[in-house]
Design a protein around this ligand. Structure first.
Ligand code: AMP
Ligand code: ZN
Ligand code: ZN
Length: 301
């Protein structure tokens, strides 16, 4: 198998892009796609400081590496959720990565911020682990980025993630979620701009990129593993992709063309939370502060 660009030995075949690539040209493609997404969606200006949310997995570590490579002022944020048998290893992977490259990694502990780990919170609060995890991560990422004066918050969501999320939103025709699913959401007040520079890159490309660049990441998934539904959605898309290459990329690109036809059912009005001062759509304390209240109540009981 020969590289479509240079004719040397190729190491990966990307059917959806009609390409076979050698290591050098796979790296070039990944970095070009990231730079292209940043330009197209006006994700970052050259002088802006960006905080990369890193999980220790391939996507977020590669993203951090690429942003630095492209010349951006990128620092990392790892949120230690206190998941037994997992968080310690994902934290270690993130720390080793940062240390080896001299990058600045910030670590925030859920136990310190909330008074409980994710495992503890799941026992105390109603609600599914993955949805609680999403809530506390989004809150802590934004709060840290806002307080640290970063202009953007970047996550490692890739093409496979975004296509699965899109399919989930379409199956429910959730107009609010569809309106908000976008590679770059502008900042507003204390909500920092959110960007997903890997939206057009597949999981396989990101894994290959890490292998070629010597990025050692944590292979294992979170034991709570994202909830059964999103795994099922990814499975269905993988089956379709197998039979009809480029299903995922055309699904996502097609959506981005029509996405501004979707409107949230009613405009969301944000107010400052009386507890922490961060923005919330709730009338009263934000969801994080309410969870915190439940934790201290539960601990006292
Ligand atoms: P996930 O929701 O686990 O698929 O992760 C999506 C993205 O969220 C990752 O690519 C990271 O950018 C970010 N992320 C996930 N877990 C963490 C964590 N513990 N700390 C910081 N960022 C995270
Ligand atoms: Zn080549
Ligand atoms: Zn609050």
């Amino acid at each position: 198998m020969k590289c479509s660009v240079c004719g040397r030995e190729a190491v990966i075949k990307l059917r959806h892009a009609g390409l076979r690539l050698c290591p050098e040209h796979l790296v070039a493609r990944v970095e070009k796609e990231v730079a292209g997404a940043i330009r197209r969606f006006r994700m970052l200006a050259p002088q802006e400081r960006v905080l990369v949310a890193v999980s220790g997995g391939k996507d977020s570590l590669a993203l951090w590496h690429i942003l630095v490579e492209l010349g951006y002022r990128a620092e990392g944020l790892y949120i230690d959720l206190g998941i037994a048998g997992y968080s310690a290893r994902s934290r270690e992977a993130s720390q080793v990565f940062a240390r080896e490259r001299g990058f600045t990694l910030h670590v925030v502990s859920l136990e310190k911020e909330l008074g409980a780990t994710l495992d503890g919170l799941t026992r105390l609060a109603r609600g599914k682990t993955c949805s609680l995890c999403g809530t506390v991560k989004r809150y802590l990422m934004n709060k840290f980025a806002w307080e640290g004066g970063y202009q953007a918050l970047a996550t490692g969501h890739n093409l496979d993630d975004e296509a699965a999320t899109l399919l989930g939103n379409v199956l429910r025709w959730d107009e609010g979620y569809l309106a908000r699913q976008y590679p770059a959401l502008p900042g507003e007040g204390k909500l920092v701009k959110k960007i997903k520079p890997l939206v057009f890159l597949s999981e396989r490309e990101m894994a290959a990129y890490c292998l070629i660049k010597g990025i050692r990441y944590l292979y294992e998934d979170c034991p709570h593993a994202q909830g059964a539904r999103s795994i099922a959605l990814k499975g269905v898309l993988n089956e379709l992709e197998d039979r009809y290459p480029a299903t995922k990329i055309s699904f996502l690109r097609g959506f981005l063309k029509v996405r501004d036809r979707f409107r949230p059912p009613e405009p969301v009005v944000l107010q400052d939370c009386p507890g922490c001062g961060m923005p919330t759509a709730a009338d009263g304390p934000c969801r994080f502060c309410r969870l915190k209240g439940r934790v201290s109540h539960g601990a006292a009981a």
